[in-house]
Structure formats: C-alpha cells, structure tokens
Design a protein around this ligand. Structure first.
Ligand code: SF4
Length: 720
C-alpha cells in the first residue's frame, strides 16, 4: 500500500470474483469514522489483466462500501426455536469450540463436517483444513469448489498424474484454434475473453470453435458453433478424435513414447464415426469434421473449458475426452496449445493446493496413500496414524449425511449452500435436522444464515490479507485496504481461535501445538513447507518474494528465479511411469432424461454482471442494467405450443421442487430446452432459486453434481 496526501491510500490487491484473478488498485481515504474505499482500478502491472477490469471488478468499490446486510457481531442461540442474540467473541468462540468438541467426544470425529468456499483465501483454507484433518481427525471438509471444478481435477490427475492446468494466460495470445467447451467466457471470464478478442482481431487466421447447447455471447462470436444436445460432449470429442485417427492427424511418435492406453481408446473410437457422433450430438456432421480438422491441423490449439463440462454426472469423462484430443495430437506443452480449465471462483485453485477438500491432503497428496499421510503427519508434528485414512464426505454426500443424522454438526464458511447446492429443499431439511450449525459469514442476509445456531462475522474483500491462486496457477496477494466493520474478523483468525480452544480440550498431553502461526505470512510459510518436493513446490515463494517480484506461478521451488509458465513441455508427466494416460471413455447420457411428465431440458448458467448468489453484486444498482430481473428463457415455438406469453409467470417443476419465474422468449436455446440463471435466490424470489429443481446426481469419480441439467415441466403459474 502507498500512502498519499490527505490520508488517501492505494493498496495493491486482487479482484474477489472470478478465477481470472485480476490485479486491482484499491483507493481509500481516512474519514472521521475510520476509513473507506473510494475506488478501484485495474492494476496495470498484474499479468492477468494488465489494467483491464470487467463490470464486476470495476464496481468493487460500490459493493465493498455498502454495509447493508453485513454481519457485524457474533450471535448465538441456545435452542433452535430461539432468535440469535449478539454476544462477545470470547463467548462465541468458547461456545462453538465446546459444542463441536462435545459432539466429537460423543460421536467421533466424523460426526462433524466443514463446508467452506473457493472465495476463502489460501491461508483461511489452510487453517480450516488443519483443524478438520490434523486436529479433529476427520476428512469431512469440503467446499463449494466441489460444485465448480472437481471434474477438472480428476481429469488432470487421471490423464497427467497431477492436478493443475499445463497452460498459462500467454497461450490465449498465441493460440490459432481456440475450442471453448462448456464455457461462456464472455460472461464468466470477461477479461480473458477481452484478451482473446484482441488476439483474434490482430490475427485473421485465429479461429474459434464453441461447443455449447446455448447460443451464448461467446458462441455468437464463434467461427463455428456446435450447438450440441446437452450432455453429449464425450460423443463429440470421440467423434472428432475418430476423424483425426482416420485422417492420420495424430502425433504417433508422441503417443508411442510419452503416453499409455491409446490402443484401448482407439478400439473404442471405432464406434464413434463422425456421422454417428454427430447424430448423438444433434449437429451437422460436416461441422463436427470441420472442428476436428481445425483442431488437428492447427499450429496451436487451445481448449478453454468450464462448468459446461464439469457440472455433470459424467464430468470426468468429458474432461478426459477433451484432453485426449490434445494428447493424441500433441497440442500441449508449447506456446498457444493445451487443455486449459478455467476456474470459476477466485481461489478454487488455492483450496486444491492446501488440500482443503474431502478427497485430498495438503499439496496434492492422497488421503488413501499411507506414505502421503505419514508425510503430512510429520510436517504437522502429529503422532503417527493421526490422520484418518477414510475419505471425507464430498458436498452432496455431506448434506445428505447431515440429513440422515450421520453427521451431527456442520461449520459453513463463506458460502451459501441454501442457494448454490442442487436440490436445496433437501439441504434446508438437512440444516433443520442438524444438531448444531455454525455459519461464518461476512453477510447476515444470505439464505443459509437463518439456520445458524452460531453466526460468526467474517471480514471480507478489501478488509483481509492473504493470497489466492488464479486459473493459470498464479499466486497473487490480497491485501486489506480498510479495517473490517464492527466485530468482523478474518476467516483464518476465527478458525484458529476455535481450533486452539478445541485443542486445549481434545489434544493428547504433550502434543505439539498445531496453531502457532498467527498471521497470513506465517500460515503461508507453513503451507509452502508442505509443498516442497511436490509437483506444486513453492518452497521459493514467500510473502517477501511476492512483495518484491509480484504474482508468481507455481511450481516455484527454492532455487527458481521465477515460476513455470507451462508444464509437460518435455513430455514427462506426473504419473508413476512419467507417461500421460488415455482412458477409453464411452459417451453416457445425462443423469435425468426427459419424460412425458418432465419433457424439457433445463440448463443453468451465469449472467454477465452478477456473481453467485449476488451477496456483493446485488448491492450495486448499475449491475442490474444488463439483466434487471430473473427469468426463464424458452424458445418461442415451445412457448407458442404451450400458449405462454412473454413476461407471463410460469411454474418450473421437477421431481424435487418448483419455482415461479417470468417467461423470456429467446432462440438462444433450441426447442425442448429452457435456461435460467443461477444467481437469483430466496432473497429475490418467493421460493429459492433455480436449485429448487436442480438434481443432485454426482460424477462417480469427481463427486461433482450435475447442476447444469435437469428434466423439468413448465406451465402457467396460475397465481391468484
Ligand atoms: Fe474480477 Fe474476473 Fe472481472 Fe477480472 S474478469 S475483474 S477477476 S470478475
């Protein structure tokens, strides 16, 4: 931060919205009551955005200034039917620690669960993960990142042997063919999209292929839009690869020397002729062939993919089938080429790095690996055998276990599952049945807060320090520009204070204290010590280095002068034998097919100017100019068939629930398909949002739910 005249200050930080991770300069000033944020501009030196910001980033100051709805002091209630009352921090921390420790003593460590967030900073994530796994001995800690990128994680691990994209943002400027798959980057990653647009404008040879059932704003700009039937991505990619095999467009030498599993895949591909694949996908066969040709003959093909692949009961298969195209043609490990998953949230990557999920340990280690558990136990100075070998409960299972009573208590931090989880009626019931619910939040008006027995007020963007990792593995500092309002405290501090109290009660006599780190910098030092020797080694990166050299990509080992822009350039992968792996991946249909009763396919997605449940963007009036109200988009033919008119209220129902929305007519969706944005929630609607009807089927390997697709019925609401 740099101080200026009149108490004005500029603080270098990172945008808190999407995984692009744009650098920002926060302007603030001292006022009689303390200090306030006066403006935000893009950081011209940050390598993610070079000064650019999108509408959400540009209005950060407006959302940060608003104290409306902020959680300002701790609150507790003794019985579920009582109202919560404000208390001081000491009582709140003592009570939460006592309730959780008591449940662990009575029912064992797996009776407690944590549900945290890709919006938390790496340091927050680290402390929560250590509290759950290191202190309590449960792996029941999952995150809303499960809903956004866990299929990308399993795809990378299965294909390359390690998590994390092999690519970097510079590749956006060097790619000649860009394949967007299930990504509306124009809305969800706007600054990257600007970079791509500029690269395309500079080079007439750059071609874009967009794979998306909807004609999104990204698709509208494509040279080729493949409007596939929802969920048929694997058939498309297999059909493209079949064509590449047939035309001899593979890199046979690379496949032979650096990969395994291709013969089995090739055998499977016989069933995926372009004609048959195009039929499954509902696209013209010549378009499928054109996409394969553009990809296979390109000097540099880059794939950008996101929720459209990941939020699926077959998300891992979709990721693998796309990665196969890159491996078979060696479109990776060099400038402008590679499979590049775009993370939705600002720190989904950082959460993966610290192992803050139910299915992993710190620094990309595996829960089921005895040696990995022993390494973490040694680094955390735990007694051998302290870490649980049992995988924890992933998001959907976690709330299901709360519903069944297997899990008694949940601590929810910085996320709003009563809005974002599939089948939220079930999530509400689970929280009602829970013995104890802790909600740690910056905002007291989310849909989840009413279920809290303890509300712990957290500081938020502009008020807290730490780091985040963006989609290209780049670690950036997040810095506080102003003090948090009221009694709000940093998330890591709240988790650590409760942890210390539980430790005093539960830890074995003579056990080394686990929570001595008392600032973001020292927590980060602990985290990086765990990464040494791992694929994401950041032994050479501390806060001083980030201060002097700016944001850096991992890996960044001790001897490195800088981070690594691209991975696997030498063809050596992170698998045991160093070879990348193909997996014979057949196409499987969506988890919930349409039926006579539920004949329409519901797709969900995002709006350009809103973020998640609108906790922040909902405070900025100008962000409603683009899409002022919720709505259900339907093809005009489908509406005419049902006698529905634009603006009319319609009831959207599935096997799980229903909600009422105004009807919008649009040919961005094909006949038989409807679309609704996921942002609007119970704060804005008489019911909850679109997740009243979404379905909780999960991918068997990534355990990510199929939030993108459900079978629904739409009819006149018939209200009053
Ligand atoms: Fe923030 Fe993402 Fe917009 Fe950048 S692109 S300003 S990170 S919301």
């Amino acid at each position: 931060a740099a101080d200026g005249p009149g108490g004005r200050r500029i603080t270098r930080s990172t945008c808190c919205y999407c995984g692009v991770g744009c650098g920002v300069l926060i302007h603030s000033e001292r006022i009689a009551q303390g200090e306030r944020i006066t403006g935000v501009e893009g950081d011209p030196e940050h390598p993610a955005n070079f000064g650019r910001l999108c509408s959400k980033g540009r209005t950060l100051a407006d959302s940060a200034r608003s104290l409306h709805g902020r959680a300002l002091w701790p609150e507790l209630r003794g019985r579920r039917q009582d109202a919560r009352r404000p208390v001081d921090w000491a009582l709140a921390l003592d009570t939460v620690a006592e309730r959780l420790a008591g449940i662990v003593e009575r029912h064992g460590p797996d009776a407690v669960a944590f549900y945290i967030s890709g919006q938390l900073l790496t340091e927050d994530y680290y402390v929560f993960n250590k509290l759950a796994k290191g202190l309590l001995g449960t792996n029941n800690i999952d995150t809303n990142s499960r809903l956004c990128m866990s299929s990308a994680v399993t795809g990378y691990k299965l294909a390359f042997g390690a998590d994390g994209p092999p690519t970097c943002y510079e590749d956006l400027e060097h790619a000649k063919t860009v394949l967007f798959a299930g990504s509306n980057a124009a809305y969800a990653h706007p600054v990257l999209f600007r970079r791509l647009e500029e690269a395309k404008a500079r080079d007439p040879d750059v071609r874009w292929i967009v794979v998306d059932p909807r004609r999104t704003d990204t698709a509208a700009m494509a040279d080729l839009h493949l409007a596939i039937q929802p969920g048929t991505d694997v058939a498309l990619f297999n059909g493209m690869l079949h064509h590449l095999v047939w035309e001899g467009l593979l890199d046979e030498a690379f496949i032979a020397a650096y990969t395994t599993g291709f013969p089995e895949l090739k055998q499977l591909l016989r069933d995926y002729t372009p004609r048959m694949s195009a039929e499954i996908c509902g696209v013209p066969v010549q378009d499928l062939v054109a996409a394969a040709e553009w990809f296979g003959r390109s000097p540099a093909a880059l794939s950008l993919y996101c929720m459209g692949l990941n939020q699926s009961a077959h998300g891992t298969d979709k990721n693998l089938a796309l990665i196969h195209l890159h491996l078979a043609t060696r479109q990776l490990g060099r400038s402008g080429a590679g499979p590049f998953s775009l993370t939705g949230q600002p720190n989904a990557m950082g959460g993966r790095e610290v192992g803050g999920m139910a299915t992993m340990l710190a620094a990309h280690r595996e829960i089921g690996d005895d040696a990995h558990r022993a390494e973490v136990e040694a680094l955390w100075k735990l007694a051998p055998g302290s870490l649980s070998p049992r995988p924890g409960l992933a998001a959907v299972e976690l709330f299901e276990a709360l519903h069944s009573g297997k899990v008694k208590a949940v601590w929810i931090a910085c996320t709003n599952p009563v809005h974002s989880m599939p089948d939220i009626g079930r999530v509400r019931e689970a929280l009602q049945r829970a013995e104890y619910v802790v909600v740690q939040e910056a905002f007291a008006d989310t849909d989840t807060v009413p279920y809290a027995d303890a509300l712990l007020p957290a500081s938020t963007w502009g008020e807290k320090d730490g780091t985040v990792t963006n989609s290209e593995r780049r670690i950036s500092r997040v810095r506080a520009a102003v003090a948090a309002p009221g009694q709000a405290r940093p998330d890591w501090w709240i988790a650590r204070e409760v942890a210390r109290r539980i430790e005093a009660r539960l830890a074995a006599p003579g056990a080394a204290p686990l929570f001595e780190a008392d600032a973001p910098a020292t927590i980060f030092d602990e985290h990086r010590a765990l990464t040494v020797g791992r694929d994401l080694d950041i032994g050479g990166l501390d806060y001083l280095r980030l201060e002097s050299d700016g944001p850096q990509q991992w890996p960044f080992p001790a001897a490195a002068a800088q981070g690594q822009a691209r991975r696997y350039a030498d063809g050596v992968f992170a698998t045991a034998d160093g070879r990348a792996r193909f997996h014979a991946t057949p196409y499987k249909p969506v988890a919930e097919p349409t039926s006579a009763r539920y004949p329409l396919r519901l797709l969900t997605g995002r709006l350009r100017d809103q973020w998640h449940g609108m906790s922040r963007t909902g405070r900025v009036p100008e962000l409603f100019a683009h899409s002022p109200e919720p709505g259900l988009r339907m093809h005009p033919d489908d509406a005419a068939r049902r006698g529905l008119k634009i603006g009319e209220l319609v009831r959207v129902s599935s096997k799980r629930g229903e909600l009422v929305l105004p009807l919008e007519l649009s040919d961005e969706v094909g006949s038989g398909t409807v679309f609704a944005a996921m942002h609007w929630s119970g704060q804005h609607l008489s019911s909850g949002g679109i997740n009243e009807v979404s379905q909780p089927a999960v991918d068997a390997r990534s355990r990510q739910p199929e939030l993108k697709h459900a079978a629904v019925r739409v009819e006149k609401a018939g209200l009053g």
